[in-house]
Design a binder for this molecule. Sequence first.
Ligand code: G6P
Length: 613
Amino acid sequence: MCGIVGYIGTKKASTILINGLMRLEYRGYDSAGICTIENDNLKVMKDKGRVKNLYNLDGINSLTGTIGIAHTRWATHGKPSKENSHPHLDNSNNFAVVHNGIIENYNELRNFLIEKGYNFKSETDTEVIPNLIHYYYTKDTNNSNNKVLQAVSNACKDLKGSFAIEVISKYIPNNMIVCRKDSPLVIGKGDNENYISSDIPAILSFTNKFYLLNDNELVLLSTNNVTFYDSDLNVINKELQNIEWNATAAEKNGFDDFMLKEIYEQPNAIRETIGSRLPKNSLCDFDDLSFSKDFLSRFNKLYIVACGTAMHAGLVARNIFEKICCIPTEVDIASEFRYKNPLIDDKTLCIYISQSGETADTIAALKLAKQKGSTTLAISNVIGSSITREADYSIYTHAGPEIAVASTKAYTSQVVLLAILAIYFAEKLEKTDSETLIKLKNDILELPSKVDETLKCADYIKEYAKTIYTEKDIFFLGRGIDYTTALEASLKLKEISYIHSEAYAAGELKHGPIALIENGITVIGILTDENLVEKSVSNIQEVITRGAKTLIISNQHLTTNNFDKVISVPYTNPLLSPIIAIVPLQLLSYYISKEKGLDVDKPRNLAKSVTVE
Ligand code: G6P
């Protein structure tokens, strides 16, 4: 998730661009850059590091151009470095491009362009775009005014994946071209000037009049004009919209809190995590891994290690690895693992999960595994984070920056990535029939729309939260995979509502905790596993008998009707059901916290990244 800004008008562009980037830094902040048109030439200034570092670049103050594009990066392809920073130029230095999104077929396009004589300076997927534009520009013999527009349109048709791009060119020094597909982009209209941005807040201080772009639309901008085209370059009309947000609230895109925004970002975060890893009609593909059957056959045990929510993602994954890869899988809390002399050796593959990639206990646990000769694989959301530098292998969730302390979209993306990893292993190891794996892949591909569907319960949950926010204790019950959801739901509630809560394997309740059940207590049951639903229902009857009020989250047809509230969620493969079932429970914690008037995004005593032991 990178941030992009553009300006075309009569003022000095560089100042406006850097100002806009600062407001977009929440989208990524490992490198930044701008390109302006100076005396009809392109001038790029960029470097690794935060946006404010741009002010220190030699010559930045001498930029006087009034047209420019800018980018703040959250690395996906290629580490944070000057070379990988945007803007990127084509080989002839005639086209400059900034890009947000992921070009899934960049390898294929890169090879095509290399064959045509192009060379590449960065490791990014983005660099294919300016070169592809150049390729189509020179191929087009028709010397029309719209030659660059045609070249951009042709290039976009070749791109698979998601993109929002801005293009400036020496050939059209008074124009800019922008387009988008599955990545956000808006145009702000001023007087004799136009602004472009990944989102409204970054340019809200300049204008409140916006054009919102749809997928596959192209725009040709000049100081006074904005012309919209469909993908075949037919001119289309677009209404200008007045946006009445105040700038601070708008940074959250209209959401009250980052946590709520991130809960709603989950369908897209999952989409980004899947990326090009689940190609139709072929085997799972990890750009960053190339494990052979022989290599994977060496391992007689998987050990998943993490902290907090990331550890809960590991618990879900254990079920998937054991089921489809038939490898015994242990899950441990990093702070326990590191001091217990774990039984691991060179036949163990240790998987470390960390959203931030900076959690001290997880890093220490990884170092221990290396000392013991195990192979280590890191799963992180942050490119180049410490854990990924330590591990033998790393893969990324691509969920975009997570700002709220309580993890939501990182969790669901971690589970999705682990499920894809398990399929990748199972395909290599040939432990499960291909029909089952194809079915599981299709179930993963359907998750974004099912999470979207699940989010529709928000209003109901909001009302329900008003009835229980004063509770002192809340219980979560589930069996099997639903127990893992109970654990994560209970953690979420504790973190942001400060209500004491317990998660129990439903069958274990009678061995002690049932003594705590008294009249009026709230018990939340998660029932998604068709093989265990009847067993769990019986356990929930035991608490109802003792006076508990119940909320049930289920994707099953329930024949019992004495539950107080039931939230039906879309059915999915039982191995994946935690990804759906957790969504109403994230919302419940959120709305309870709001009812209590707490700071949802920054709960007391907690930190987003725990870099101390
Ligand atoms: C902190 C955060 C949790 C997070 C845990 C692990 O405790 O508050 O939300 O799950 O760290 O963080 P990591 O970045 O390693 O996933």
